[in-house]
Each structure stands twice: as C-alpha cells, then as structure tokens.
Design a protein around this ligand. Structure first.
Ligand code: 5GP
Ligand code: ZN
Length: 114
C-alpha cells in the first residue's frame, strides 16, 4: 500500500527520482542522497511500514528479503566488509518513517557507533 505523503513510497512508485540499484516486486534499493561512505545504499520494502521492527513482526519473510538484497548488492559491489545499519525511532537517528536499512561499505567503520 502506498502512503501518499511518504517520500520513500514515492521513490518506489517513481514519482520522486532516485538512483535505483536493484528492485523486485517486494524490495527496492537506491543510493542514499547524502552518502556517509563510498557505498551507501538504502534497501526498503516496496510496501509502506513505519520501521523495520514493524516489518520484522508483521512479515518476517519480507525482512529476510530486504537483508538478502543487501547481501547480494554487497557481493555485486565486491565489498569484503560492510555494515548494515537500522535506525529505529528518532533518538536512534531515524528521520524517514518508511522502513529501511542502510548498507554501508568502502571504508573502515568505528565501533561502538555514535
Ligand atoms: P534514517 O535517518 O531515517 O535512518 O535514514 C534516512 C536516509 O534517507 C538518510 O540517510 C538520508 O540521507 C536519506 N534520504 C533522505 N531523503 C532522501 C531522498 O530524497 N533521496 C534519497 N535517495 N535519500 C534520501
Ligand atoms: Zn512509505
């Protein structure tokens, strides 16, 4: 289902342009507009959910499809190390309330995260 006022729903349906890396009938991956690493790709469900917790609870297979696409892209990009980041809620840094995971690669990452 498309949420009319949602930025990422509009990217999925093509109303707002994005640099799409990979897409199937359930999942879309596109380059982040403000990359925090040489590779910074957002992988999202085509259907609107407010965060990844909601996806995992209501459709665990879909959560798996999202992770699967991220891993496929990491392999296709030749990344030997990468980080998947899921910000859930404002205090954790979530700013777009359509579920997404960040696939980051191409540099060294610190631990713990900030
Ligand atoms: P969050 O902060 O919610 O975890 O991640 C949202 C991400 O969406 C941010 O990294 C931000 O740069 C990215 N973003 C925000 N608006 C747009 C946009 O219009 N296009 C693309 N490609 N990415 C966006
Ligand atoms: Zn949405």
């Amino acid at each position: 289902m498309v949420k009319m006022d949602c930025l990422f729903c509009k990217i999925v349906d093509g109303t707002i342009p994005a640099s799409v890396v990979k897409q199937n009938n359930k999942v879309t991956a596109f380059n982040d507009i403000s990359p925090q690493a040489p590779t910074h790709i957002l992988v999202i469900p085509n259907q609107h959910f407010k965060n990844m917790g909601e996806v995992s609870e209501s459709d665990p297979d879909l959560a798996g499809e999202i992770l699967k696409m991220a891993s496929q892209i990491a392999k296709e990009y030749g990344l030997d190390s990468w980080r998947i980041n899921i910000n859930t809620g404002e205090s954790a840094g979530q700013s777009v309330f359509h579920a997404h995971i960040h696939l980051l690669g191409g540099r060294v990452f610190a631990w713990p995260p900030g």
